[in-house]
Structure formats: C-alpha cells, structure tokens
Design a protein around this ligand. Structure first.
Ligand SMILES: [Zn+2]
Length: 91
C-alpha cells in the first residue's frame, strides 16, 4: 500500500490502524469489510483469520506480551454481525 492510502489498516500486523490509530480492525475497517464480503461470511472469516495469524506471529516475533483471546475477539469476534441470509435471487 502506498503512503497516501486512506485504507484503514495497520502498516504491520499487530500495529494499530495507521489512519485512525485505533486497535485494528478499527470500526471503519470493519464497515469496509462488511461491504466487501457481504453475503460471504466464510470468506471474511478466512481473511480475518489470516490477519489474526499474522498478528500473533508478528507480536510473538517482537517478544511482545499479548492476550491471544482478546486478539481473537478483536479480529474475529465481531463478524457474526455480518451473517445474514442472501436473498434467494442471489443463490
Ligand atoms: Zn482505522
């Protein structure tokens, strides 16, 4: 990503959002993901599981202390809100 990007994301997994400085995925990032992965909760979960894994790996590499359960909830705990049945015409 370029330095001028306005995408709400960390520069490195485990960092806070580089745009709003909130713990990532921040609320704007969550909204973007809900739109991007609408109707595809398994794909969203897979994507965020990748970020979760990268974050745990990065923080472990840094020797940082962290609560893995809190990281899991932050990365994946909010996605149940996106689970809605698709309209039948989309199936
Ligand atoms: Zn943000």
């Amino acid at each position: 990503m370029s330095a001028t990007s306005t995408v709400h994301a960390p520069d490195v997994p485990g960092d806070d959002c580089r745009i709003c400085a909130a713990p990532w995925p921040c609320f704007p990032a969550q909204l973007d993901y809900v739109a991007e992965f609408y109707g595809r909760p398994a794909d969203l979960a897979t994507h965020l599981a990748g970020w979760f894994t990268a974050t745990v790996t990065e923080l472990s590499t840094r020797g940082a202390r962290f609560d893995v359960d809190a990281l899991y909830r932050r990365h994946l705990g909010w996605i149940d809100l996106t689970r809605r049945p698709r309209p039948s015409r989309w199936r």
